[in-house]
Design a protein around this ligand. Structure first.
Ligand code: GRF
Length: 192
């Protein structure tokens, strides 16, 4: 990653609620932050997370997803135009192609609500409960061309209680997500 004047120009990609975006914004406003969020991109006009971008006066844009090629072409141009150096996927529900990732040639991070490599993809909490797992957690990893499979930057686990439901587990894991996403960014960029 290019080492310029300290803070990395960062784009956060969302599709919905945006609570991880909110935690990244909060971190970016701290004095010692390694990132400056210059752009929020959503593939969904009604993503609630866009409100957080607006409230913090962060440039944001919705790119309608009609097909992957046109979406990625527009995304590529916008990221380039904004000199984005780091991309954080935060509840972004599209899969980026290997071609796009290679062409962009920037670090892309993702947060996933499971202890990867367990439970790639969707419905992670249901699967953990069904399998009577003792632990669940959250993982921040580098995005590569395989779903939820890139190098793990940070992972934190929590106990699954017998009384846990999908909802209660989701709530607990989300709380952890909000803590580890900024920590993973720090870990990644402090060794830059
Ligand atoms: C989080 O659980 C994240 O790990 C997953 O999607 C959810 C997004 O939540 N990829 P939010 O939009 O950040 O609130």
């Amino acid at each position: 990653m290019e080492k310029s004047s300290g803070k990395k120009n960062t784009a956060v990609l969302i599709s919905g609620r945006g609570s991880n975006l909110r935690s990244l914004i909060k971190y970016s406003k701290t004095k010692k932050s390694f990132i400056r969020i210059v752009l929020v991109v959503s593939d969904n006009f009604s993503a609630k997370g866009l409100d957080y971008a607006n409230k913090s006066n962060i440039n944001n844009i919705v790119i309608k997803y009609s097909n992957r090629k046109s979406f990625e072409d527009r995304l590529f141009k916008i990221l380039r135009r904004n000199n984005v150096d780091l991309i954080c996927l935060a509840g972004f529900m599209r899969i980026l192609s290997g071609k796009f990732i290679k062409k962009l040639n920037k670090t892309i991070l993702n947060i996933h609500p499971s202890l990867l490599p367990k439970y790639k993809g969707l419905n992670t909490h249901d699967r953990a409960i069904q399998n009577k797992d003792k632990y669940s957690g959250a993982t921040v990893h580098i995005v590569n061309d395989k779903l939820d499979s890139g190098k793990i930057i940070l992972q934190k686990k929590i106990k699954i209680l017998k009384s846990d439901t999908r909802k209660s587990l989701e709530k607990k894991v989300l709380k952890i997500e909000h803590r580890i996403y900024p920590k993973a960014v720090i870990k990644l960029l402090s060794s830059d």
